[in-house]
Design a protein. Structure first.
Length: 117
C-alpha cells in the first residue's frame, strides 16, 4: 500500500511557474518510481514526468525544457517544477508511484493546475 501527500498547484498566468510536491510512503520497491500524471477535461490521462530512485527521468515531449522533476530520496518526496506554463497545461495533476515507469499507478487525489490570464 502506498500513501502520498500532494501539495502545490493553483492558478497562474501563462508564462508563470508552479511547483508540485508529493511525499510518498510505502515499500522501497513500490515507490522506486515517482511521478505525475495529468488529466484535462475531456482528455485521456497522460504521464507528464517521472523519476526513479537512481535518477532516471522521463518527460512527455510537450513539457521538455519547461518542467523539471527532482527527488529527495531521504524524504521520499518528488518535486515537479513547472516553468513557462501554458493554458494547455491546465489539468488535474496526480502523484503516481510504482516499481518502474510502466507500472506506476495513481495514488493521489490530485491537485488542480489552472493556467489562465
Amino acid at each position: 500500500q502506498v500513501q502520498v501527500v500532494e501539495s502545490g498547484g493553483g492558478l497562474v498566468q501563462p508564462g508563470g511557474s508552479l511547483r508540485l510536491s508529493c511525499a510518498a510512503s510505502g515499500s522501497a520497491d513500490s515507490i522506486n518510481a515517482l511521478g505525475w500524471h495529468r488529466q484535462a477535461p475531456g482528455k485521456r490521462p497522460e504521464l507528464v514526468a517521472a523519476i526513479t530512485r537512481d535518477g532516471k527521468t522521463f518527460y512527455i515531449d510537450s513539457v521538455k525544457g519547461r518542467f523539471t522533476i527532482s527527488r529527495d530520496n531521504a524524504k521520499n518526496t518528488v518535486y515537479l517544477q513547472m516553468n513557462d506554463l501554458k493554458p494547455e497545461d491546465t489539468a488535474v495533476y496526480s502523484c503516481n508511484a510504482g516499481s518502474h515507469f510502466a507500472t506506476m499507478i495513481n495514488w493521489g487525489q490530485g491537485t488542480q493546475v489552472t493556467v489562465s490570464s
